[in-house]
Structures are given as structure tokens and as C-alpha cells.
Design a binder for this molecule. Structure first.
Ligand code: SF4
Length: 455
């Protein structure tokens, strides 16, 4: 297998710097809750739309919708069935509801990834969610299709601690020691470049809905697994297939991980690494790690059923009454009966939508982190950098044939979440990334569909 240095030396890059920097750096522990996006966050081409939006007297549907209709309806008429709008369950309530109102689809990561492949009749996909999700759709798309993102700076703090330049040096180091006995399993929350790395090692991508299936398969391959990037999802799904803490080695995430080498480990640590079955990249989700085991017991004592996402820490998952993907959580809500009480431990916008839904259906939903004296649960600010003016501006500019090139998404693109600067690979490197990343995604799809068919 080629090393990082060899791979990177073959690539040619084009860098798009058309978006101005916000000056805000993504750092662990930063305040990630947000309210409004300042004007400076928008691309130049979007600013006229934003200025109109900001002049609206309020944010009520009766004010926002007529304004949006002026731009959205002509764009939808122009493209007809050739256009599909997409959003993730986790997006802020207004975008989920707006995308649905304009005929779009809301889904979890697994379902979103399949949309282009399953809908060859659609030519233009507009995604109001994170960049890695749009890139995944672009990797699996048919050649005649295009994928656009409403805000290229919509990223993921967990993914930001597992960039290619951080992970590949570590992979090269481990590969030198373990060779083809090393396999990479990537969470969906990774760039296409890391999904391609998984593909090159014969590994697979997973989502929170199929992590158990993929981990079970990975263990059956008898290889050492490098799980990237979420240590908590990796540990939680590893435990479900019998991988103990003794079999698990935690490698630091972010630049700290990149700077740690095998040579810097003590003999004892090296022996532990040799014996481990699962090496976890130490990234995490700042939104899901605010939940604590005492939040679980607080709500259970009040008669609530507590459900959490597996990006929460292992003690939270162990204490909860159930853990699973956004799909699992939403299905639990769909099955709830009037009078039921549910405490949900996941991303704040999702929980807010769940609270609204519960009110309509006659049951109670609370954010698990909202305990007396503390209200820690919050939405994912990086993912939610998509708002009505982003959607309106991109749709209107697409209709006019003037959409900024920066918003078009291709395999291998890397966008800096703070500055909006995008690195695009040359065509040959893009093709190679797409081929390898597709291999790891298709393995996930095959395994997931086989598991769904099995009794
Ligand atoms: S909620 Fe967490 S994992 Fe999901 S996009 Fe935001 S930072 Fe990433």
C-alpha cells in the first residue's frame, strides 16, 4: 500500500478562496450553540438574499414563507422532478420543516447516502446538511447527476478532529507494523478521503444505524480494526460484539493523534497496542458528550424512558433504556402512545423537533440534559449553518445558472469549516478517491441489506 507521502505527491490541488474567513476557529470545548448567523458568514453571492431576510420584521412562518416562495417556487417549477432537496433529521427545525414543505426529503445518514444512486431520474441534489454527507452522495451518484450544498462551511466538529492529514500519518505508522492485518472502519462522519482509505484496506463505512452489523463483520475478518473518528461509537459498537476494554486501544484524536507515533509509545503501551483488536481514533462529538449517567437516572426516577444516541459515552449508553441511531430514536417517537414520557439524549434540534411532535401526539418528550439547575443539551452549530437564506439563495442562483462553484460538491473536496476555503483534487485523484470510497460505502450497503434480510 502506498504511504501518505506517495499518495499526496501524486495529487494536484485547486484551492477556492472565494469565501471570506469568519475568523472563528473550531476548537475542542468551544461554545457550539448558536442562534443567528452574522452577515459575514455568507458568501458574497448570497448577501443580497440575506439582507432581504434580515429586513423581514420577524421570523414567523407567515412572514418567512411568502418571502421564500418568491424564490423557491420559480426554482422548483424550473427544475421539476429533476431536482431533489435533502436534509438530515438533525438539522434545525425550520430547515427540516422548510425542506419538507418544498417537497424535499428528510432522512438519516444511511438513507441520505443512497438518494442519488436510487434516483437516477434526479439530476440536481441540493443538500441542507453537513459537507461530509453531501460528499458521500457525490461519491455514490451517477455521472449525470450534480450535488450542491447550501453552505459548504456546514461541518462536523468530530470530523474536524480526524482530517486526512491527522489520520494518514498514524495509519502509515500502524500499517508498517501490522501490514494487511490492519483494516479501517470509518464512521459516515468522515471525509471521502478517509472513506477511500477504508476502501483501500478492504474495510467499510458505517453509520450509527448499522455500526453493530459492520463491526460484527469486521471482527469476523480477523484483522486489527482502526475505527475512525468517533471513539464512543467505536467503543459502544465494539462492546456489542464482545470487544472488551482490554482489547481496545485509544489513540488520541486531532493533531495530538497525528503527533503521536509508535516510536513514542512505551514498551508497555506497544504491547497493549499489539494485543488490541480495536484501535479507536480519539475524536468525539461535543454535542453528544455533554450527557452524563446522572442525567439518565434523574429522568428514570421520574418515570421517563431514556433513549440515547451511541455517540454518547459508554456509561450513558449502559445506563439508558435504549441506544440507537436517529432512525431508531425517531421510530421510538413514532411508536409512543399518549401519556408516555421519553427523555432523549441526542442533538438539540432533533430533540426540539421531538418535543414539538410529542406535544402534537399527546406524549411528553424532554431533552435528557435539561435537569434542574442545568440545561446543557444543545444543537449542533456546525451542522446547522444552513438557514432559509442559504436555501433560497442557492436555489435561485441555480435556476439562473449562476450558482457559485464553491457550493458544488465533488469526491475528495475538503472545506475548512472556519474559512470556507475549499481544496479540490485534480480529476485523476478525484476518480481514485471516489473509486476507493465507493468500495467502502458499497460494502456497508451490501452488509446492511444482508442483515436486514436475515431473520
Ligand atoms: S452532532 Fe456531533 S457528530 Fe453530528 S455533525 Fe454535529 S458535531 Fe458532528
Amino acid at each position: 500500500m502506498e504511504s501518505l507521502v506517495q499518495i499526496k505527491s501524486r495529487r494536484h490541488l485547486d484551492v477556492d478562496r472565494s469565501m471570506k474567513t469568519s475568523g472563528i476557529a473550531l476548537t475542542p470545548g468551544m461554545e457550539i450553540c448558536q442562534t443567528d448567523l452574522p452577515l459575514d458568514w455568507y458568501q458574497e453571492e448570497f448577501k443580497p438574499y440575506v439582507e432581504e431576510y434580515l429586513r423581514l420584521p420577524d421570523r414567523k412562518p407567515e412572514t418567512i414563507l411568502p418571502w421564500m416562495d418568491r424564490y423557491m417556487v420559480p426554482a422548483l417549477d424550473h427544475f421539476g422532478p429533476k431536482l431533489m432537496l435533502l436534509a438530515h433529521y438533525y438539522m434545525g427545525g425550520e430547515i427540516v420543516k422548510l425542506v419538507e414543505r418544498y417537497g424535499g426529503r428528510i432522512a438519516d445518514s444511511y438513507e441520505l447516502a443512497l438518494q442519488a444512486e436510487r434516483h437516477p431520474e434526479v439530476e440536481v441534489f441540493v443538500e441542507s446538511a453537513v459537507h461530509f454527507m453531501a460528499e458521500t452522495i457525490a461519491i455514490l451518484k451517477h455521472p449525470h447527476q450534480q450535488v450542491w450544498i447550501t453552505n459548504p462551511k456546514s461541518g462536523c466538529t468530530m470530523e474536524a478532529l480526524a482530517k486526512e492529514d491527522m489520520v494518514l500519518p498514524v495509519f502509515d505508522d500502524l500499517y508498517e507494523r501490522y501490514g494487511d492485518k490492519l483494516m479501517v472502519i470509518c464512521y459516515m462522519n468522515t471525509s471521502g478521503r478517509l472513506k477511500a482509505l477504508a476502501g483501500r484496506t478492504g474495510g467499510a463505512v458505517c453509520t450509527s444505524s448499522n455500526a453493530f452489523t459492520i463491526m460484527k463483520w469486521a471482527v469476523s475478518q480477523g484483522k486489527k480494526i482502526l475505527f475512525v473518528p468517533d471513539q464512543h461509537l467505536g467503543r459502544n459498537s465494539g462492546r456489542k460484539v464482545g470487544i472488551t476494554d482490554d482489547d481496545t486501544f485509544l489513540w488520541p484524536g486531532g493533531w495530538q493523534g497525528a503527533q503521536q507515533s509508535l516510536a513514542s509509545l512505551s514498551a508497555k503501551e506497544k504491547a497493549r497496542l499489539d494485543q488490541s483488536k480495536l484501535v479507536l481514533w480519539g475524536s468525539y462529538c461535543g454535542v453528544h458528550t455533554v450527557f452524563q449517567a446522572h442525567h439518565v437516572t434523574h429522568w428514570q426516577a421520574l418515570g421517563y424512558r431514556v433513549l440515547v444516541h451511541p455517540e454518547c459515552t459508554v456509561d450513558v449508553v449502559d445506563a439508558a433504556d435504549g441506544a440507537g441511531s436517529t432512525k431508531f430514536l425517531w421510530e421510538a417517537l413514532a411508536k409512543a402512545k399518549p401519556g408516555d414520557k421519553l427523555a432523549i439524549g441526542t442533538e438539540g434540534h432533533f430533540v426540539k423537533n421531538a418535543i414539538d411532535y410529542g406535544k402534537q401526539q399527546g406524549f411528553t418528550v424532554v431533552n435528557m440534559a435539561d435537569i434542574p439547575g442545568a440545561s446543557l443539551g444543545c444543537g449542533c452549530a456546525t451542522m446547522s449553518r444552513n438557514d432559509p437564506p442559504h436555501l433560497v439563495a442557492l436555489l435561485d442562483l441555480l435556476r439562473q445558472g449562476k450558482a457559485p462553484a464553491l457550493n458544488r460538491v465533488e469526491a475528495g473536496d475538503v472545506v475548512d469549516e472556519a474559512s470556507g476555503q475549499r481544496e479540490r483534487l485534480d480529476e485523476a485523484s478525484r476518480w481514485e478517491i471516489a473509486k476507493d470510497a465507493r468500495a467502502s460505502l458499497e460494502r456497508m450497503i451490501t452488509l446492511t441489506e444482508a442483515a436486514a434480510r436475515s431473520p
